[in-house]
Design a protein around this ligand. Structure first.
Ligand SMILES: Cc1ncc(COP(=O)(O)O)c(C=O)c1O
Length: 1003
């Protein structure tokens, strides 16, 4: 293998250095050229990102019968929708080399000022344990896998996510928690909707306490609109006494501790809300809960929050893992992914995603949540932080934070400042008006001059929040600012005494144990932690092992060079609400990324706020709705969606308050334009939008896309283009040319943000000019437009830090490299289609026999002939060391295969060889050579525990050799699933979502 790799490297080298070898431009890959001069960089990115080299490209084109790349693309993408080559090229997006990109990132990073932030509001300067930073966050074994749809090759991150769930359940004292939410604000909004639905959508009033963070409130307002929920804000204790409100209350949101730092006893309030039939939703802080009576002990029904202070960088707003925990009676209504325990065919315990109806099979327009991609990587980091520190370490951290806050409060009170809250954990709100400094503005000015950020509240109030990162020297520097404001002498460390009592009254103090499970009590040395992290990683198949050809997921290279700047402090240690002049570097990156995305999509403006594709859909549809309303056409609320659409499309439409009407699809995979026309005309006066995925979810470029969009526009609607498949389009066509008005992109697909084992993601939207004024605002954004919709995410730029990855990806590829990537994505898919077509039924192709960037194969015939299901093929692929393609979506009997441009011909062939060999194995079952109930496919996968069965237990009509090494290269490249096939039904019936106890583990 090493020799092979060496030969490959030599081939590449020779293609760059020797003029005898044909330059890589011959077949149309203009981005990959030999250096034009001695001074041109050698570390250009396109040749690293794009898998096939020139010879491989030629070979694939020949196999498909094309003379040139242009001829192939011409037969694949409908001519009517092609865009001029100049729309995306190296003039519009110049390519930089890997080292040039790093130099530019350093320069821009240097323009972000690294102030010490005491802003709080749910964001902290987390201390990331180096062992977690290097071995989880910066480790491709953790960041490159997909959502664990294939649990037999994902037990590592499933175990870690169960740790996350257990950690949340334990600290909140709730019955069940999910595996993360996008952010605290959207988690709170999901809680609100849960309360609304639990009250049968009849009670429409939702009370929000004035101590709730402003960004959460903004997101609640946006989300409430679509459901017709009436959000009432104020002192909830007083609001509950209001007779006019009481009968209509479906729930209440409180924050504990609240945004100003105050901690209240909500026991009686919970009883009152319950007596009115409502739910109590509590936003909280996991670190505070090590010291505070947990919400589960005083009556909360839903508990949400952000886990980021558990070792996840602030990253100018994210990504972070929010959490969502509920009481037992609400568990089956919980949004998001839920990891559960089940058993494998050998009866051994195994983890899996529970209740998968919440995924691609999402309940379409009946869904009340659209969340798919969440924040798995960050949840894993937070869980690892809890594993590393354990309950004792966490309490030590919480004690330090609390005592620093107490010392600060006592010191500034002695200087004459008035503290607004006497009961607190880590935050105090100060009234500065009675001191020499006079007003808050002057304090902020002095603080900023000292490199310190405080929370802006109003003219006379300031918020100060402490976290683990604050050192004694930081505390003294902070006190200096206040001392000079009060015109008193400065304080030195020796003046500061350790508080003897807590600022939390006994009645609110935690007495119950937490994190008592062994996993949180043993990996506290770095050696143990390192081994635990790598032990789990070794169970999971990621891009570090093999291609992950998941259709609609675009699992391409997540280059190391684009990941490196992410963890530089200049990008990771920035609070999302710092003044704009402190983030010039970030703002340049955001602006350049927005501009490039607009160029690529053909649209006029962008918002990077949505932090997943589904969040983008919701934002885009809300923008469309606001547009209609601004024109006095608020009655437009019908959204046409093809039956082939991803489940999030109808779910997002319903959440935005639209009524979904399904549009038929022809048997050739194309949209039924007649049906579309009939329905558009029927709903002419109510038509708000049409959602279309392009290329379609069946993997074809529909030639009629522009005609479809025209029908919608002729009937007063707007077109939403789901850009999950944008990788097929760049520089060849674009959503605007296809006829769209809005599109979202999944930066975690097309633009190379790693999927993180289930998130993070970024789902920005781009819009045509007439929709630009409606793009989401945010309380922390100075420039709120009059027509802007409210925030859709907790932070102004969503998961801001990972935008750096997509920015780097675009800049390093340059315009030409982006276009070449799309071309090779098409070529790779078509090559695979041509190799697999003789063996499998290829479901859809265009009139030239071409698919787009993915292919759909139908396995229905095998079910008919031998009872073999899609799952049997998928599990058998695991034995070949591959992650199976997307299964049973968009058609139940199909597999959707997407290779991306990053895979070499050798890897494509390896996968095709595996599929073809499995086809032969299936043939043996069809012809009766192997029994229908005991064969290689039905028994797959074959983990070591099966392979080591004794001869008397090995009751299979095939050898162990055939089971584990069906093709020769497996002897070199074997990946072992760690459990045998997992029983899904058992897991759903017996929903258990926390770590097994010691007894269970040893039994
Ligand atoms: C076609 C399509 N639309 C929307 C989505 C939702 O994106 P996300 O998972 O980022 O929310 C997906 C995700 O797989 C998709 O394939």
């Amino acid at each position: 293998m090493a020799a092979l790799r060496c030969a490959h490297a030599l081939r590449r080298l020779s293609s760059i250095q020797c003029s005898r070898r044909s330059p890589r431009t011959v077949r149309g890959l203009a981005s990959i050229k030999p250096p034009s001069s001695l001074f041109a960089p050698l570390d250009t990115f396109p040749e690293r990102h794009i898998g096939p080299d020139d010879a491989e490209v030629s070979k694939m084109l020949s196999a498909l019968g094309y003379e040139s790349m242009d001829a192939f693309v011409g037969a694949t993408v409908p001519p009517k929708i092609r865009v001029p080559a100049a729309s995306v090229d190296n003039t519009s997006i110049p390519a930089v080399s890997e080292s040039q990109l790093h130099a530019r990132a350093r320069e821009l990073g240097g323009q972000n000022k690294l102030f010490k932030s005491y802003i709080g509001m749910g964001y902290h300067s987390a201390v990331v344990p180096p062992v977690i930073l290097r071995n989880v966050m910066e480790n491709p074994a953790w960041y490159t896998p997909y959502t664990p749809y294939q649990p037999e090759i994902a037990q590592g991150r499933l175990e870690s996510l169960i740790n996350f769930q257990t950690m949340v359940m334990s600290l909140t004292s709730m019955d069940i928690a999910n595996a993360s939410m996008l952010d605290e604000a959207t988690a709170a909004a999901e809680g609100m909707v849960m309360a609304f639905v639990s009250a049968s959508s009849k009670k429409k009033t939702f009370l929000v306490d004035s101590g709730v963070s402003p960004q959460t409130l903004a997101v609640l307002h946006t989300r409430a609109k679509g459901f017709g929920i009436n959000v009432v804000t104020g002192n909830v204790f007083a609001l509950l006494e209001d007779e006019t409100l009481r009968s209509g209350i479906c729930g209440v949101l409180i924050q504990y501790p609240d945004v100003n730092g105050t901690i209240k006893d909500f026991t009686s309030l919970s009883k009152k809300v319950h007596s009115l039939g409502g739910l109590v939703i509590c936003a909280t802080d996991l670190l505070a809960l090590t010291k505070l009576k947990p919400p589960g002990e005083w009556g909360a029904d839903v508990v949400v929050g952000n886990s980021a202070r558990f070792g996840v960088p602030a990253g100018y707003g994210g990504p972070h893992a929010a959490f969502f925990a509920v009481t037992d009676r609400l568990k089956r209504k919980m949004p998001g992914r839920l990891i559960g325990r089940s058993r494998d065919t050998q009866g051994k315990p195994a983890y899996r995603l529970s209740l998968q109806t919440r995924e691609q099979h999402i309940r379409r327009e009946k869904a009340t949540s659209n969340i798919c991609t969440s924040q798995a990587l960050l949840a894993n980091m937070a869980a690892m932080y809890a594993v590393y520190h354990g309950p004792v370490g966490l309490l030590r951290i919480a004690d330090k934070v609390h005592k620093f806050t107490q010392v600060f409060k006592t010191s500034v009170e002695a200087m004459g400042y008035k503290s607004e809250n006497q009961v607190f954990f880590d935050t105090v709100t100060l009234d500065v008006s009675g001191t020499a400094v006079g007003n808050a503005h002057n304090v902020h000015a002095a603080a900023e001059a000292a490199g310190i950020n405080l929370r802006h509240i109003d003219e006379s109030h300031i918020g100060v929040t402490f976290d683990e990162s604050v050192s004694p020297a930081d505390l003294v520097a902070l006190l200096d600012v206040f001392a000079s404001g009060a015109k008193v002498s400065t304080v030195s460390l020796s003046d500061l005494a350790e508080p003897k009592t807590s600022a939390i009254p006994e009645s609110l103090q935690r007495t119950s144990e937490y994190l008592s499970h062994p996993v949180f009590n043993k990996h506290h040395s770095e050696t143990e932690m390192l081994r635990y992290i790598h032990h789990l990683a070794s169970k999971d198949l990621g891009l570090v092992h093999a291609m992950i050809p998941l259709g609609s997921c675009t699992m391409k290279l997540n280059s190391t060079s684009s990941m490196i700047p992410l963890t530089w402090p200049e990008f990771s240690n920035v609070h999302p609400f710092v003044p704009y002049d402190q983030v010039k570097g970030y703002r340049t990156i955001i602006k350049e990324l927005e501009d490039d995305l607009c160029r690529i999509t053909g649209f006029a403006a962008a918002s990077l706020q949505p932090n997943s594709g589904a969040a983008g859909e919701y934002a885009g549809l809300s923008v469309i709705k606001a547009y209609h309303e601004s024109r006095g056409e608020g009655q437009r609320e019908v959204c046409l969606i093809p039956l082939s659409a991803h489940g999030t499309n109808p779910a997002s439409a319903a959440m935005a308050g639209l009524k979904v009407v399904a549009v038929k699809v022809h048997s050739d995979g194309n949209l039924d334009l007649e049906d579309l026309k009939t329905k558009a005309e029927k709903h002419k006066d109510q038509l708000a939008a049409f959602m279309i995925t392009y290329p379609s979810t069946f993997g074809v470029f529909e030639a009629g896309v522009q005609a479809a969009c025209k029908i919608i526009h002729d009937n007063g609607g707007q077109v939403y283009l789901d850009g999950a498949n944008l990788n097929a389009q760049i520089g060849l066509t674009n959503p605007a040319t296809c006829g769209g008005d809005v599109c979202h992109m999944n930066l975690h697909k097309t633009f190379a943000i790693p999927h993180g084992g289930g998130g993070p993601g970024v789902g920005p939207i781009c819009v045509a000019e007439h929709l630009a004024p409606f793009l989401p605002s945010h309380p922390a954004m100075p420039e709120k437009g009059e027509l802007s919709i409210d925030a859709v995410s907790a932070a102004p730029f969503g998961s801001a830090s990972i935008n750096v990855i997509s920015w780097a990806y675009i800049k390093m590829l340059g315009g030409q490299g982006l276009v070449d990537s799309s071309k090779i994505a098409l070529l790779n898919a078509n090559y695979m289609a041509s190799r697999l077509a003789p063996h499998y039924t290829l479901r859809y192709k265009n009139e030239n026999g071409r698919v787009a960037h993915e292919l759909l194969i139908d396995l229905a015939e095998f079910d008919k002939a031998a009872g073999l299901k899609v799952t049997d093929f998928a599990k058998r692929l695991q034995d070949y060391g591959f992650h199976p393609p997307t299964c049973s979506w968009p058609i139940a009997t199909c597999m959707l295969i997407e290779p991306t441009e990053s895979e070499t011909l050798e890897e494509l062939d390896r996968f095709c060889d595996a599929m073809i060999q499995i086809r032969h194995e299936a043939e043996d079952i069809i012809t009766g050579k192997q029994p229908k109930d005991n064969n290689l496919l039905k028994n797959a996968p074959h983990p070591v525990s099966v392979m080591t069965l004794s001869d008397s237990e090995w009751n299979r009509p095939y050898s162990r050799q055939t089971a584990a090494y069906p093709l020769p290269w497996l002897h070199e490249k074997k990946f072992w699933p760690t459990v045998s096939r997992i029983d899904d039904a058992y897991g759903d019936l017996n929903l258990i979502c926390d770590c097994p106890s010691v007894e269970e583990m040893t039994s």
